[in-house]
Design a protein around this ligand. Structure first.
Ligand code: FAD
Length: 388
């Protein structure tokens, strides 16, 4: 009987196992893959994620430091560079492996197995693999990511317009670009997918080129990615890897009797940007902190109530307003881009959100204020286009 079983050793699961182990809990981390394992990802670790990790990311894992962004829509683009770094780029297999090793060094145990089922009793939880081998613990954290079906015992499944999809390839620039030093900015191209974008992130030895959008609207994703590659000076013949991405809003049910959902399993992803690693790490930390605090009295209701409350308080504002931004992008892409392109300050402010120096909510209301004077002109333009 363990104090805690964590299913999945991605950023959420490893952060949960680490926090539990340093709090003195007997924790078993169960992971189906052999690490380091590949994972489709842009590899951007925001300042928010670094903050949650206490800045504890070895320099050897940091492939590039990012100071700004170039944002393009149709034939226009704006570039903003900040004085301080806003993110670092990492190789995802190595990053996740590092977090796992850190949890193991802190005292967590790892078991390579795939969990198929779990049952919540009144005072403990049983989890099973396919051969019905059983593991038991007082509490269970499910950090199985966006794939996996265990979470659906806690909350219902979503329809295809309630989750996103990302497709990514690792590419070398063709021609003269090959020898160029990695640039310090990330590129985002809007208009490729509705409620999403294409990205180019300059890693040390390759570029991560990808597209992200709502799953239901991602038909032809591979050819859209190939077009982006071709237009950006990369060879169009790429072999991309895809993965689903939950939408961070509306809020999802996070707890059973003794089970807590963390990371993508809990739906903690910024719908506008697709950023999930920071929220995965933080939700894993909060879950284990709540379990460690309540274990002496073993009051499971305290744990689940406190976890739901803290996640709401820490994440709701950002996840809700990121979703609203994504909705604006889908409905009014021209208006949104004209506000951002017409005022570099807006992009500066947007980059402050993943750096934790501003919130989506502040940015949303600032955007509405700037949109207001432009509305009559935009309406006139729309009417003129419709009557032409
Ligand atoms: C194409 C793409 C690009 C992205 N780029 C970025 C980015 O640049 N920056 C960013 O912040 N976010 C990005 N994200 C989102 C980010 O990858 C996720 O939010 C993050 O991985 C969530 O971490 P997690 O620990 O919840 O889940 P995961 O990282 O998915 O880890 C889940 C783990 O659970 C294991 N597992 C699953 N089921 C079982 C089981 N039954 N038994 C045992 N083990 C199991 C899996 O093998 C896996 O190791 C991207 C996503 C996609 C799809």
């Amino acid at each position: 009987m363990f104090d805690l079983i964590v299913i999945g050793a991605g950023p959420a699961g490893s952060a949960a196992a680490y926090t539990a182990a340093v709090s003195g809990l007997d924790v078993l981390l169960i992971e189906k893959e052999r690490f380091p394992r590949p994972k489709p990802c842009g590899g951007a670790i925001s300042k928010r994620a670094l903050f949650y990790m206490d800045g504890d990311l070895p320099a050897s894992l940091q492939e590039n430091e990012i100071y700004g962004a170039k944002i393009s829509y149709k034939d226009k683009s704006v570039e903003v560079v900040k004085e301080h770094r806003i993110a670092v780029l990492i190789a995802r297999d190595q990053f996740d492996h590092y977090l796992l090793q850190k949890a193991l060094r802190a005292g967590a145990l790892i078991q390579r197995d795939k969990i198929h089922d779990f049952f919540e009793e009144d005072d403990f939880v049983r989890v099973y693999n396919k051969q019905r081998h059983q593991y038991r613990a007082k509490y269970l954290i499910i950090a199985e990511g966006a794939h996996g079906k265990l979470k659906y015992q806690i909350r219902g499944r979503e329809s295809k317009d309630r989750y996103g999809f990302g497709l990514v390839a690792e590419l070398k620039p063709s021609g003269t670009q090959t020898s160029a030093l990695p640039k310090k900015i990330m590129e985002f191209q809007f208009g490729i997918t509705s409620r999403g974008y294409g990205w180019i992130f300059p890693h040390k030895n390759h570029h991560s080129v990808g597209i992200y959008g709502i799953a239901r609207e991602m038909n032809g994703a591979k050819s859209k990615l190939q077009t982006l590659c071709g237009h950006s000076g990369f060879s169009a013949g790429c072999s991309p890897k895809g993965h689903v991405i939950p939408l961070g809003w509306p809020r999802k049910k996070l707890t059973g009797k003794r089970t807590l959902l963390c990371g993508d399993a809990g739906g903690f992803v910024d719908t506008f940007s697709g950023e999930g690693i920071a929220y995965a790490i933080r939700s894993g930390q909060i879950a284990s902190q709540k379990i460690a605090a309540a274990l002496p009295q073993d009051d499971a209701t305290d744990v689940t109530t406190a976890y739901e409350k803290d996640c709401r308080e820490e994440f709701d504002d950002n996840l809700k307003y990121a979703f609203r931004f994504a909705e604006c992008l889908r409905k009014y892409p021209d208006l949104l881009f004209s506000i951002f392109a017409g005022d570099e300050r807006m992009i500066h402010d947007y980059l402050d959100v993943p750096a934790m120096e501003a919130t989506y909510k502040q940015l949303f209301y600032r955007m509405l204020r700037r949109a207001f004077p432009q509305l009559p002109g935009l309406l006139r333009e729309r009417l003129r286009v419709n009557t032409d």
